[in-house]
Design a protein around this ligand. Structure first.
Ligand code: OFO
Length: 165
């Protein structure tokens, strides 16, 4: 059985993962409209992954006798000044998600909920990957600068960059 504190914190994470999915979806749509097909494909795929992160939490909460609640979400930004600005936001977003997972791990330990602590290790590992990927992409974007040819090649190759869901 989940304590109220852990249940609340897990439900907060359900919302954050759902918002992440929306953040990536908004980025996918913007990139598609701007003709960045590869970036759009990457973002659509990532949006699906975030939904999977959310569902995994929903199932876990309900399995442990809690109730996963689905709430309304904060609307994501829908336009960006440049691909660079978009990827900077993505990186910041993932750092925020990591922080939230870390807080959750701390709560599970304080509540002596070792099952939840164990369950969360998957998210801890996932965030290491996601942050590293976001940083790699940002480095590439910074290297490209204003070079249109570089952006074309980046768009072609970014589809191959992925994290394991
Ligand atoms: Fe990209 O964050 Fe989920 O876990």
């Amino acid at each position: 059985m989940l304590s109220e504190k852990v249940e609340q914190a897990l439900n907060k994470q359900v919302r954050i993962e759902a918002e992440s999915s929306q953040v990536y979806l908004a980025m996918a749509s913007w990139a598609e409209v701007k003709g960045l097909e590869g970036v759009a494909a990457f973002m659509y795929m990532h949006s699906d992954e975030e939904r999977m992160h959310m569902l995994k939490l929903v199932k876990y909460i309900n399995e442990r006798g809690g109730h996963a609640t689905i709430s309304d979400l904060v609307a994501p930004k829908t336009a960006y000044g440049s691909p660079k600005e978009m990827f900077e936001l993505l990186f910041k977003h993932e750092v925020m998600v990591s922080q939230s997972i870390n807080d959750l791990v701390e709560i599970s330990l304080n509540e002596k909920d070792f099952s939840t602590h164990n369950f969360l290790q998957w998210y801890v590992a996932e965030q290491i990957e996601e942050e590293a990927l976001a940083r790699t992409i940002l480095d590439k974007i910074n290297l490209i600068g204003d070079d249109k040819g570089g952006l074309y090649l980046f768009d072609r190759d970014v589809k191959t960059l992925t994290v394991t869901p």
